[in-house]
Write a protein that binds this ligand. Structure first.
Ligand code: NAP
Length: 294
């Protein structure tokens, strides 16, 4: 069994990303918006801040009170949309119930949407067009590629269909010519799917959900789950037993998690490049228009 070490891959990819960022003439900027004081959110934002500062990015962490008025959040996002020093904007989930999550996410300018959750970026992903794609699925693809695990023509089962993980990873794997089955809480007999899979991606949010009797020998297992049990991080896979069967498996911690934060840093860089290209194109078009009117 090969352990898929996302943490090592993150460290390797960070070195080359830092090299690429050196050639950007301006400082890159990331803004994270948090509403309320959710403890898990605070931990996730701290991880993002630490890496952003290590990358030399400007980092804004805006915290709104739990009972904030929705318009205040929207107005703030619009300010960031217009702020030339900010390349990426992210709203930390979950948001309190009185806020419209979809509306808030879609207020982010698509070219600064480093979580890849706006309708525009989600639609581009479905259509296999270049886009800012969600970080965790991007990290999974990078892990599979790093370990030279073939995707094309493989039978993949994704358990979970969230817009953050399950749906985008299913789309990315389909774009890479895998045959993907998506399972969820209403799927009857999930073992039927998992036992026939070459690759299983588990993003359910239930500790040790995927048991050894659901898996055939030599399967690649990607465990996305992060469950805090008695102060420990436990994945969605019963690692001890399933790792005896798997050909490859991501550990928790140290697997998909570290790659997610790396991909966010990468998306900030990609967003900057995309925005600069858009600006150049706009300038060119304006020049062409001027010439045709002369
Ligand atoms: P989510 O939005 O809660 O979605 C969970 C999905 O699992 C849903 O589609 C749900 O089905 C499905 N599900 C729930 N119970 C099930 C069951 N008994 N059998 C089959 N499917 C079931 O969660 P998420 O945001 O995708 O996150 C999933 C896990 O990944 C969580 O532990 C989260 O903390 C972790 N996560 C990790 C990272 C990372 O960087 N490693 C990033 C993001 C998330 P329905 O749609 O039918 O309800």
């Amino acid at each position: 069994m090969v352990e898929l070490k996302g943490k090592d891959l993150r460290d390797k990819l960070l070195i080359s990303l830092k090299e690429q960022v050196k050639y950007v003439p301006t400082q890159l900027g990331l803004a994270v918006i948090q509403v309320g004081n959710d403890e898990a959110s605070k931990v996730y934002v701290r991880q993002k801040e630490k890496l952003a500062l290590e990358m030399g990015y400007k980092f804004i962490h805006k915290v709104f009170e739990e009972n904030v008025n929705q318009n205040d959040v929207i107005n703030y996002i619009n300010e960031l949309n217009d702020d030339e020093t900010i390349d990426g904007i992210l709203v930390q989930m979950p948001l309190p119930k009185h806020l419209d999550t979809t509306l808030i996410q879609n207020t982010i300018a698509p070219n600064k949407d480093v979580d890849g959750l706006t309708f525009i970026n989600a639609g581009k992903l479905v259509q296999n067009m270049p886009s800012l794609a969600p970080c965790t699925p991007k990290g999974i693809i990078d892990i599979l590629d790093e370990y030279e695990i073939p995707i094309e023509g493989k039978k993949v089962v994704v358990i979970g269909r969230s817009i953050l993980v399950g749906k985008p990873i299913a789309n990315m794997l389909t774009n890479r010519n895998a045959s993907v089955s998506v399972c969820h809480s209403k799927t009857d007999d999930i073992s039927f799917y998992t036992k026939n899979a070459d690759i299983i991606v588990v993003a359910v949010g239930k500790a040790k959900y995927l048991k050894a009797d659901m898996v055939s020998p030599n399967t690649v297992i990607i465990d996305v789950g992060i469950n805090r049990i008695d102060g420990k991080l436990i994945g969605d896979v019963d690692y001890e037993k399933v790792s005896e069967l798997a050909s490859h498996i991501t550990p928790v911690p140290g697997g998909v998690g570290p790659m997610t934060v790396y991909e966010l840093m990468h998306n900030v860089y990609v967003a900057h490049q995309l925005r600069m290209k858009e600006k150049e194109l706009k300038k060119d078009n304006e020049k062409k228009l001027e010439l045709t009117h002369k």
